[in-house]
Every structure is written in C-alpha cells, then in structure tokens.
Design a protein around this ligand. Structure first.
Ligand code: FMN
Length: 363
C-alpha cells in the first residue's frame, strides 16, 4: 500500500477518474461553509490542459444558476472532487482527489461545445438533454492527489472498476425468446447502442449501424415479409407443411411480441478497399467479427439495465427482404435481429465448455 502526495495532474490519476462514472464535488460559500454533491463528470482537454467538466442538468423549476454549487463557485472558485473505489478487500481501496479552479461556462463561451460533447460521449443519457442551452462547470488548473491500495507492489495490475460486476453480467446474460408486454425505456436502448459503439473495430471505423424498430406496424410488416421468405426456404428443404406452419407462427410471434427489435447492419462504406479479392474478403470478415463484438456489448448493456435480448440470425438469409420492409439504404446490410424486452420467464441456460476445452494449447 502507498500514499501518494499532492502533485500536478498525474496521468495515472487522470486515467483513474476517466474510468469512473461518479464523483463528489465539494464547494464552499463565501463564509467557508462546505457543500458536497454527487456529480457525473467528464475529463477532457481545453487549450491543451486537462479539465474536468460537469453539467448543470435541467432542473424542473428555477434558474440552474441558483444551485448552491454554482453560487458557491462564484464566490470561491476553489473546489475539490473526490472519485473513489470501495472494495471489501481493503487492499483494493483507491481514491483520487482533484483540486482546481471552477467557473461557469455559458452557452456560446469558448469550450462550451467541447464540454457538451465530452459529457455526451461518456453519458448517453445526455443525448436528449438540452445541454447546449445550459451552463456547465469547468474545473481548470487541475492538481491531483491519490491513494491506492494495490498498485504499489508492481505484481498485479490495478483492478479496473466493476471487475466483480462484469463476470456477473457476462454469466448472467442469456438469450430470451419470449417477453412480457412492458415497453423498454428509450434511454436503455440508446445506452445499449452507445455501448455497442465502444466495441473494437477494424481501423476504428465502426463498420456497423443499428436500426431500432419499435412501431407495431413495422414489426408486423417485417415479420410478414420474413415469414414469406422462410416459408419458401423451408419448403425447399422438403419440410412437412405442418412443421413449416408451426415454425413460422413461432417466429412471427417472436417478432411481433418483442416490444423492440434492433437490427444490427454491416456498413462497409468506411473500410479500406484492396485490388485483390483475398484482402477484400479479410477486410469484410474483420467487419463482421467486429459486428459480433458490438452486439455483445449491446446485449451486456441491456442485461445490465435489467432488460434481455434474443439474437436472431434470420436477416442473414433474406437481407433484401429486411431492407425493403424497413426502407433501408442499400449500404446497410442487415445481419441479425435482436429482440429486446423483459423476459416472460427465466430461460434454461445452456451449459458451457470447461476452460481446459477452450484453451487447446498454452505454448
Ligand atoms: C450469430 C448468432 C446467431 C443466433 N441466431 C439465433 C436464432 O436465429 N434464433 C435463436 O433462437 N437464437 C439464436 N442465437 C442465440 C444462441 O442460440 C444462444 O446464444 C446460445 O444458445 C447460447 O445461449 P445463451 O445466449 O442463452 O447463453 C444466435 C446466436 C448467435 C451468436
């Protein structure tokens, strides 16, 4: 364990606060009376210097400039922001204190646009809030001090936040195929698609886009159009008419009953082009691999929000039909359908291979 004294803004401290999502902002009024509030914040740069920014959210009533923290920083710009991790294993406790000078950025002030962009990038919840019309707090002249329990011995990398929760989410996510009738909040869908956006991708080009299908009419149209194609394909396979009808009814039911469908589409426009077919094929394969990573982020984000998803591959077998039913641009190649909603019941989980079956060699 070690204590780190106060210094300029250390890169490790900045990385720590960049990865966390909430801090406690301390301000004081003209008489020195302290006030502390939890805040969401983003770390960004203005004029080449690290700054911490936090929004003044829309309040139900009153001028946001009357908030205590805003009044306080007018009198005393000096603030402190604490960002910390608590773990029952005290060797993993950690905190960073940011001290700096805060001031209010009004819409139109230099740096206000960058502030809004940084906050929206970190918190998709801000996408539809009128942040551009509201003042924000910017903390400059950032100095950090910190304490970390486990990074001093050099044997193990410092744990990232949410390590325990991550395995709960990874192992808890399940494919759900029947949903109840509750609708899914828009913010959950937006958060999941924002999470998909953080997936690794070839050249960082994010070769995928998402179409959200919520309207009943569109879901019905999609279900009908896909059912027709599937009927033809099942007949081609020589399937019994009764079985064909049962499978179609089940699939149609799934699309019509899920409150939301998300259609991940491969979008190859921004990728590199090659003169030879082999490399071109590899480029496309990379894009498809990356689409899978994006979908997994999406599913985990939904699950973390208490919502479930069910991956359906059907659009792969009739991309043009899906394009037509949804009126999609030809550059969007539908690769899957994710039915999204609240599970009607807990599905049975498929068992997984043991670790020694997954690792075939460790050379
Ligand atoms: C590319 C892909 C396509 C899938 N397509 C379907 C599908 O068409 N219908 C379906 O019921 N499940 C589909 N699944 C879900 C798998 O059946 C499911 O992930 C697997 O059985 C493991 O179960 P779990 O997701 O609950 O852990 C698909 C999964 C993937 C990755």
């Amino acid at each position: 364990m070690r204590v780190v004294g106060q210094r300029g803004a250390e890169a490790a401290d900045l990385a720590f606060i960049r990865e966390r999502r909430v801090g406690r902002l301390a301000t004081a009024d003209a008489e020195g009376r302290p006030s502390v509030v939890p805040v969401v914040y983003a770390l960004t740069e203005l004029g080449g210097e690290p700054v911490v920014v936090t929004a003044i959210d829309e309040k139900p009533k009153g001028d946001p400039r009357n908030l205590r923290r805003v009044r306080n920083i007018r009198h005393r710009p000096e603030i402190a922001l604490v960002v910390d991790d608590y773990r029952e294993n005290w060797a993993e406790l950690a905190w960073v204190i940011v001290r700096g000078s805060a001031n209010l950025l009004e819409p139109g002030d230099p740096g206000h646009d960058e502030t809004v962009a940084a906050l929206r990038l970190k918190y998709p919840q801000y996408t539809h809030m009128r942040l551009e019309a509201l003042p924000a707090i910017v903390i400059r002249d950032v100095v950090t001090s910190s304490w970390r329990g486990s990074d001093g011995d050099g044997k193990q990398p410092p744990a990232r936040p949410g390590r325990e929760e991550l395995s709960t989410l990874i192992q808890g996510r399940r494919s759900v195929r029947a949903f109840d009738t509750r609708s899914v909040p828009r913010a959950v869908i937006e958060g999941a698609i924002a999470a998909a956006g953080w997936a690794p991708s070839p050249h960082g080009r994010q070769p995928w886009r998402f179409v959200v299908v919520e309207s009943q009419a569109r879901r019905d149209a999609l279900a009908d159009a896909m059912a027709e194609t599937w009927r033809t394909q099942l007949r081609l396979d020589g399937q019994d008419e009764e079985i064909v009808a049962a499978r179609l009814a089940k699939s149609r039911n799934r699309l019509q009953r899920a409150p939301v469908l998300i259609v991940p589409c491969l979008y190859l426009q921004g990728l590199d082009t090659y003169p030879d077919a082999d490399r071109q094929q590899a480029e496309e394969t990379m894009a498809i691999q990356s689409l899978g990573a994006a979908v997994q982020n999406l599913l985990l984000s939904l699950y973390a929000a208490g919502v479930d998803g069910g991956w359906m591959c059907a659009p792969l077998f009739c991309p043009e039909v899906v394009q037509e039913a949804l009126g999609l641009d030809a550059t969007l190649n539908p690769h899957a359908l994710i039915a999204v909603g609240y599970a009607a019941s807990d599905p049975v989980r498929r068992p997984r291979l043991a670790l020694d079956a997954l690792i075939v060699d460790w050379l």
